[in-house]
Design a protein. Structure first.
Length: 307
C-alpha cells in the first residue's frame, strides 16, 4: 500500500512545480522530500517526476497519482472539518465562503442581522475565487459559500445544493461627461455601437475580461484594450480619466465614483448576466445556523435587487 503522505507530497510538487516548494509546504527539508519521493517512485515501480533545470513536472503515471493524491487531501480536510464541527458545537460556528463583490455588497447586510440575532454564534468568512470556494465546500472548510456563474460556466448542481439569490447584470461604465452617459436609464445602448471605443479591462484573466471578450465577439468586433486594471476602483479611475470605457457587474459598483456613469444595456444586447448563488455541499448535513443565514441572505438579495 502506498504511503499517503508521499502521495500528498507528489501532489504538492506537481501543483507548485518544485520539490523544494512542496517540502516547504509540508514542513519538510528538501533532502527529506527527495528521499520520500524516491521511495514513492520505488513503490510505484516507475518514475513519477521529471527533474528539470528549474523545478519538476510529472510523468503520465505521476499525473494519475497526483489526481488521487488531491482527492485524498480533499477527504482528509473534510475529516478535519467534521472534527472541528463537533469540537465547536458548544459555542457554534458558521463558516462562510465569499468573493469580493458579494463581500462588499450582499454579505454585510446579512451578517449584521445574523450577529444581532445570534451573538453567541461565531461567524468565520473565507474569501476566494470561484474554484477555491468550490474546493472549500468540497473539503468542508466552509459550510455555505456565495458563488457566481455565467451561462457558459454553470456551478455543478450534482455536488452542491444551490440557491439562486439574484441576477447581477453587466453595465457599461463611461465618463460622466460622455455622450454615452446621456443614454443612462433609456436601456437602448447595444454593444455593437461601441466597436470604435477603447476599453479598460480587468487584468490577470479576470472573469470580467472573459465577459468583455465573449460579449464583443458576439457583437461582431474585437475590443481594443487601452488599460488593464487590477480592481474596479482602478478601472473607474481610468474611465474617469478618459482612457476608455469598461463593463462590470452591477454589484461591483454599488458605490461608484461621481465622475463616472453607469449605463444599462438594451434588452437585445449580448452583454451577459451573472447569477449570484448560495451553495452548500450535498454530502454534508446542514448545521442549525445554515438555514438561518440562507434566509437572511435571500432577504438581503431581495433588497439589493429592488434597489
Amino acid at each position: 500500500m502506498m504511503n499517503v503522505r508521499r502521495l500528498l507530497l507528489l501532489a504538492e510538487a506537481a501543483e507548485r512545480g518544485s520539490l523544494t516548494a512542496a517540502a516547504r509546504a509540508m514542513d519538510m527539508t528538501t533532502s527529506a522530500a527527495s528521499q520520500q519521493m524516491s521511495l514513492l517512485e520505488r513503490e510505484a515501480g516507475q518514475p513519477l517526476l521529471e527533474r528539470l533545470p528549474r523545478g519538476v513536472r510529472t510523468t503520465p503515471a505521476g499525473a494519475a497519482l497526483v489526481a488521487r493524491g488531491q482527492a485524498i487531501r480533499r477527504e482528509l480536510r473534510a475529516v478535519q472539518g467534521d472534527l472541528d464541527a463537533f469540537a465547536n458545537l458548544d459555542r457554534g460556528t458558521l463558516r462562510l465562503g465569499s468573493f469580493p463583490t458579494a463581500s462588499a455588497s450582499l454579505l454585510p447586510l446579512a451578517l449584521t442581522r445574523f450577529r444581532q440575532r445570534h451573538p453567541q454564534v461565531q461567524t468565520v468568512v473565507r474569501a476566494g475565487v470561484l474554484t477555491q470556494l468550490c474546493e472549500m465546500l468540497h473539503s468542508g472548510e466552509v459550510e455555505l459559500a456565495l458563488l457566481w456563474d455565467y451561462q457558459w460556466n454553470r456551478v455543478e448542481q450534482d455536488a452542491f445544493e444551490v440557491t439562486h439569490l439574484l441576477d447581477d447584470p453587466t453595465v457599461l461604465v463611461v465618463p460622466a461627461d460622455s455622450e454615452l452617459a446621456d443614454k443612462d436609464g433609456q436601456e437602448d445602448i447595444q454593444l455593437g455601437e461601441l466597436a470604435g471605443h477603447e476599453w479598460i479591462i480587468r487584468a490577470d484573466n479576470h472573469p470580467v475580461a472573459d465577459v468583455l471578450r465573449r460579449s464583443c465577439h458576439r457583437a461582431g468586433f474585437t475590443p481594443r484594450i487601452a488599460y488593464e486594471s487590477h480592481d474596479y476602483q482602478e478601472a473607474q479611475a481610468m474611465v474617469a480619466a478618459g482612457l476608455g470605457i469598461a463593463i462590470a457587474p452591477r454589484l461591483a459598483l454599488t458605490s461608484h465614483r461621481d465622475d463616472v456613469r453607469l449605463v444599462r444595456f438594451g434588452t437585445d444586447t449580448p452583454a451577459p448576466v451573472r447569477r449570484i448563488l448560495l451553495a452548500r455541499s450535498r454530502t454534508r448535513a446542514a448545521t442549525p445556523t445554515a438555514p438561518v443565514m440562507t434566509r437572511l441572505l435571500r432577504e438581503a438579495a431581495a433588497r439589493l435587487a429592488a434597489a
